[in-house]
Design a protein around this ligand. Sequence first.
Ligand code: SF4
Length: 98
Amino acid sequence: MRLVAKHAQVGYLTPGQRPGCRNCKHFEQVRHDSPVMAARQACLKHELEVTSGGICNDHQLRRQANESQFAYLTRQRDLLERALLDQRRTPQVRETRP
Ligand code: SF4
């Protein structure tokens, strides 16, 4: 089986494809000219510093350059479906009190 087909079959996502601040429409990265200063990564919605791998409940995919509205909405739907499946598969841990 070809690798690409296998990836699609198992729902494989690279780190950049997984939902996170890095691909959220509210994410902003500002690079400095200085070689010693790290890029500033911020959330424009919540006005706070974030890391590219972080995520919150308000994540919304950023539309990619040259991506059609249909392809964008399909990608958003696929991510939501995957998150719903993950939620159903994850056993709910309940705290029991004596
Ligand atoms: S904190 Fe939430 S809304 Fe802000 S960039 Fe990250 S995922 Fe998007």
